[in-house]
Design a protein around this ligand. Structure first.
Ligand code: BTN
Length: 202
């Protein structure tokens, strides 16, 4: 766990560490504030300083299983496993009602509580690294007007949360979910993912 106060983006930082050969698989970079937080589709991910979970995990894929042929086709099962791990984490904190909106937004009822931005590195036909950026609304209660129907853990539960403790719980939940994916495979993971989908057009 590497904690950063202000950074452009934990995903940009993690990617640079990999490119420079400095990255250690399993590391996680957590920031209090990002000046260029990246969302999906080139959007900006905004967050008030110190109030939310902003982090990026990096994984060297062959370290999961060095005998397996890690073709990029496995990314879909991996992405589903990450979404399932975050969903389960958030669901525990909120006592239910946490859903996934395709491809991998985390929703509580019909409101967005978190997002995931996975950037993969592929060399030739081999999937080598995954850079898993996660933003979850925790203690923030006021959002910019263009945020799509946001909600935070504090708004749901009525209390403040310790970001570091939540980060530890998130890591555990992701580990469990990735183990399930490795044991059960892509197809079963996608089936589990399908059971938590919310269909909304926002
Ligand atoms: C989305 O648009 O829903 C995905 C948002 C992902 C945001 C997180 S915050 C931590 C990490 N660093 C980034 O720059 N983006 C991801």
């Amino acid at each position: 766990m590497i904690e950063l106060s202000t950074i452009d983006s934990t995903n940009i930082y993690a990617m640079a560490q990999i490119k420079e050969g400095l990255a250690k698989s399993g590391s996680c970079f957590r920031a209090d504030f990002q000046t260029q937080g990246k969302g999906q589709h080139g959007r900006v991910w905004e967050s008030v300083t110190g109030q939310n979970l902003l982090c990026t995990y990096i994984l060297e894929i062959k370290q999961l299983d060095s005998d397996k042929n890690w073709v990029p086709e496995h990314q879909i099962g991996f992405s589903a496993a990450i979404a399932l791990g975050i969903r389960s984490f958030f669901d525990t904190m909120t006592n239910g009602d946490t859903k996934i909106k395709r491809p991998n937004d985390i929703y509580w009822r019909d409101r967005k509580a978190g997002g995931i931005l996975i950037e993969n590195i592929v060399r030739g036909s081999e999937w080598t690294w995954a850079v898993v950026g996660i933003g979850i609304n925790i203690n923030q209660t006021q959002f910019s007007t263009d945020a799509p129907n946001p909600v935070s853990l504090k708004q749901i539960t009525g209390r403040d949360w310790d970001i570091r403790l939540l980060q530890e719980a998130l890591t555990k939940s992701l580990n469990t979910s990735l183990e399930d994916w490795q044991n059960n495979g892509d197809e079963k993971t996608m089936q589990a993912f399908d059971q938590h989908i919310i269909e909304i057009s926002k």
